[in-house]
Design a protein around this ligand. Sequence first.
Ligand code: HEC
Length: 150
Amino acid sequence: MKILRPLLLSTLALSPVALADDVTYRKDIRPLWEKQCMACHGASSPSLAEFDENKDKYKALSRGPRMDTYAHLAAFTAWPDSGALMRRLDDGKHTDDGKPGNMYQYLGADETERQKNLALFKAWVGEDGWVLKRFEDISREELGRIKVEE
Ligand code: HEC
């Protein structure tokens, strides 16, 4: 038992459930976003509406829609662009075709870093809230599981 107890504790400390308790935008997601996403989704990027109107132009410039505030980023989780963040960042475990979303590559330089940062985004959205469905398909109950604490 003496050996088991510390082992058990360290397993708990690493589990997503324990992580989920205190992952917030300000403390965890903002610094990660600045490092991995800001270059293409920062203040000089277009709003989603503007981006949608001129997609080809912005894609050619390697500019995605702006996500540089809590409110902007949260809009890609629950509403109105439900599941967008999850669809783009998923590593292929939840996607229909089994391939990673096309922003997964930007989560880190190698697989270990990508998995670590994906776990952080997942903990922020909520392990149960990691639903890849669009607004027309997502249920009210599923929407309610998306946490995204500021
Ligand atoms: C090298 C530039 C680049 C980086 C870095 C980047 N993105 Fe993107 N992102 C884009 C471009 C360009 C698009 C639009 C083209 C597309 O839909 O694939 C996009 C689209 C998206 C979308 C879909 C928005 C929509 O229309 O619904 C999400 C969500 C997203 N990115 C999240 C992220 C996150 C989170 C990160 C950081 C982990 C990130 N991106 C890093 C360039 C980038």
